[in-house]
Design a protein around this ligand. Structure first.
Ligand code: THU
Length: 133
């Protein structure tokens, strides 16, 4: 699975974005540690606050299929410069992809980050002294 194939998966998912309120269509695709790809789109709701971003859609699909470790994420929008993931998504991305490379793709160029770039001094599982079961 090449980076370009991940971009293509995100672009395809974006075609299914449900964004009648904002008109801002987003597609995201994640690559897991075994080379599997999962893609999602943003899904809005008449009760605006229930909207789910494309990044979390893709991650929830992956995790629901048994994935626990993500290596790369691509997010596709139509804006330039390419927009970065929102804060809520960054926290969810950290949970499953602390070493993940994240690339935002727009019509002109792209931007790439590490999770440390996106969410410095993050709260994570190591902060819980009760352990993860
Ligand atoms: N959105 C995403 O799907 N991902 C982002 O990184 C930023 C925002 C969605 C949420 C909402 O449907 C629309 O874009 C406008 O905020």
């Amino acid at each position: 699975m090449s980076h370009q194939e991940l971009v293509a998966a995100a672009e395809t998912a974006r075609e299914h974005a449900y964004a009648p309120y904002s008109g801002f269509l987003v597609g995201a695709a994640v690559l897991d540690d075994q080379g599997r790809v999962f893609a999602g789109a943003n899904v809005e709701n008449a009760s605006y606050g229930l909207t789910i971003c494309a990044e979390r859609s893709a991650i929830i699909l992956a995790v629901s299929a048994g994935v626990r470790r993500l290596k790369e994420m691509v997010v596709v929008t139509s804006v330039d410069p390419p927009s970065a993931p929102c804060g809520a998504c960054r926290q969810v991305m950290l949970e499953f992809g602390p070493d993940m490379r994240v690339t935002a793709v727009g019509p002109v160029g792209q931007r790439t980050w590490t999770m440390v770039n996106l969410l410095p001094d993050a709260f994570g599982r190591e902060d819980l002294n009760s352990g993860i079961k």
